[in-house]
Write a protein that binds this ligand. Structure first.
Ligand code: DGJ
Length: 566
């Protein structure tokens, strides 16, 4: 019998002895039907997480985002595709710009889309298209020149001093109509030319929000700011009052008197945060109109990305004010029901804290932009292992693909790729945890998770006789049987303690190996120096430890461990 690793969904059968390690069940792994293979990708809540369903099965996006200009021609992309494949990506995030799609008003050219589909299909990759319309990083530069040259029709933002910025105002009625029309045409084209579902998700605009001021002072914006808060937003507040709102918005509303109506300043108080909420509403409404035009013809899952607040930022406008930053999520949820995911672009070092703040109120977790290297690999493991992420995507992946063998994310993706079916099942079952460890932050040199009958502790790898630890480590652990775990790690040591009762966890058996087509293939039985972490057994016993554990060095590898208690 093939010994396939399975999820806890099968543990009951395991206990009955009817199944040793069978194939995994669940929505994603049943017999594929022709219908499922061609169904439109969708998001589905499975257990506590939201997953992206592609071809009838959950999809773990081991992704990378191209540099902004790379996808503009097939010629530039030709040598890049195979290198992306060599990095073990399964999904590529690529720009389609309004200026290329509608160079003349009303005349559409989808060469860029068709070239991307062709390149991705030839390399067995999925795509997420990034629609660069009115805004890219908050700036207006990807619009066709007929938009750029006509500020009377397509109005620009004004500062508090009355100066014009080269940023389209959210209040331009013709702007949103033209942007939504072009986007809708692209989605109509995709629906017609992509029955294979090569494109699995869409990003609308890029890192929107207002630079330079807390809010737009264009006359139309000033008028809207002085008017009552739209009823739709007041209804949302009333419906989610209490535990359904983020604490920061609830606090602002309460502090201003918890009013049922009024102007923006009456409802939320006077200040920068209210200006930001006002901008968030108008960006959300604009992007929702665009997203809705697409969904009406082709309902692909849709996300936006946030330029997140940086440590040096003092007020909105230092970062793009009103973007889908964590503190604005209620407003975006209320104003943009056609947008499914509010994603963070995380370049800051404290990845775990940031990703947690972007997963509040059930926001599905997806990271469209972040870093590569060991840090990027740690981010991917934590996002996927701990946060139930749909996927992870370092930015500028094409310049990292020059020497795929030297790029750590390629190795991390190889491991995650071999585990992806299992990971997705364990995400849904709640039986996976992830670890992200950093030497220069004492608070996260180790992470302990409760899973099954044991507490599982990840710590940075130590070397006997030395106080040195590596700069970063990471890992993930899945409960694959009664007292049995599958662990992937890098520069980490993993120890186990029984969760309740007296006793110490012993390692009954440890194997290094690989998952090949779902089947566990041991490469070594690990014992002796490979699992003995310490020899001060009396001190270890006092800490409820055996002195043994799993040791992972600087290469992402897999180990399977069977525990007992003594
Ligand atoms: C974030 C943006 O979303 C990307 O398009 C790119 O400009 C990167 N920043 C550059 O670091």
């Amino acid at each position: 019998m093939k010994k396939r690793l399975c999820t806890t969904a099968a543990l009951a059968l395991l206990a009955l002895g009817t199944l040793v390690l069978s194939g995994c069940g669940g929505a994603g792994s049943g017999a594929k039907t022709a219908v499922a293979e061609t169904e439109i990708p969708r998001l589905e809540k499975r257990g506590e997480v939201t997953q992206l369903i592609v071809g009838g099965k959950p999809w773990l996006a081991l992704a990378g985002e191209l540099h902004n200009s790379s996808s503009s021609t097939a010629r530039y992309m030709a040598p890049i595709w195979p290198r992306l494949k060599a990095l073990n990506l399964n999904t590529v995030l690529a720009v389609v710009a309004w200026e290329q799609v509608e160079p003349t008003e009303g005349t559409f050219d989808f060469t860029v889309v068709d070239d991307l589909l062709k390149g991705a299909r030839e390399h067995d990759l999925k795509l997420m298209i990034l629609w660069f319309g009115a805004w890219k990083n908050g700036i207006t530069s990807y619009v066709p020149d007929w938009v750029q040259r006509d500020p009377a029709r397509f109005p620009l933002v004004r500062t508090a001093e009355g100066n014009t910025l080269n940023i389209l105002s959210t209040l331009g009625e013709q702007t949103v109509a033209a942007d939504a029309r072009a986007y809708g045409e692209m989605m109509k084209h995709l629906a017609a030319v992509d029955p294979q579902r090569t494109v699995i998700m869409i990003q609308v605009q890029n890192e929107v929000g207002l630079h330079g001021d807390t809010r737009d002072y264009h006359p139309a914006a000033a008028e809207a700011f002085a008017a009552p808060v739209p009823q739709a937003l007041m209804d949302y507040l009333a419906a989610h009052d209490g535990a359904g709102l983020l604490p920061e918005l609830q606090a602002a509303w309460n502090a201003a008197g918890h009013r049922a109506s009024g102007t923006w300043e009456q409802v939320f108080g006077r200040g920068d945060y209210t200006d930001e909420l006002f901008m968030a509403w108008h960006y959300a409404r604009y992007l929702d109109t665009v997203a809705a035009a697409g969904k009406a013809v082709y309902p692909l899952p849709t996300f936006v990305n946030a330029w997140i607040v940086q440590p040096q930022d003092r007020r909105p406008g230092d970062y793009p004010s009103g973007g889908p930053q964590a503190q604005n999520h209620d407003i975006w949820r209320a104003g943009a029901p056609n947008i499914d995911i509010l994603s963070p672009d995380i370049y800051l070092p404290d990845f775990p804290t940031i990703i947690q703040s972007y997963s509040r109120l059930g926001n599905p977790v997806f990271v469209p932009e972040s870093t590569v290297g060991v840090a990027g690999s740690a981010n991917a493991f934590y996002a996927i292992g701990q946060m139930g992420a749909i996927g992870y995507s370092p930015f500028g992946i094409d310049s990292r693909a020059a020497d795929p063998a030297a790029e750590p994310i390629g190795r991390a993706y190889a491991t995650l790729g071999s585990l992806s079916e299992l990971i997705l099942e364990h995400q849904a079952a709640g039986t996976i945890r992830g670890a992200w460890l950093k030497a220069d932050n004492p608070a996260i040199r180790e992470m302990t998770h409760s899973l099954g009958n044991y507490d599982v502790k990840f710590a940075l790898r130590t070397t006997r006789g030395s106080a040195d630890v590596p700069p970063m480590g990471y890992g993930l652990v899945m409960l694959v049987g009664e007292d049995e775990y599958l662990v992937a790690g890098y520069d980490t040591e993993v120890t186990f303690q029984p969760k309740s009762g007296p006793g110490i966890a012993g390692l009954a058996r440890v194997q290094a190996g690989d998952l090949v087509g779902g089947e566990w293939v041991p490469s070594r039985w690990l014992n002796g120096d490979e699992i003995q972490l310490r020899y001060d057994l009396k001190a270890a016993q006092a800490e409820n430890l055996s002195g043994q554990g799993l040791r992972f060095r600087g290469d992402t590898t897999l180990q399977r461990v069977w525990l007992y208690t003594y």
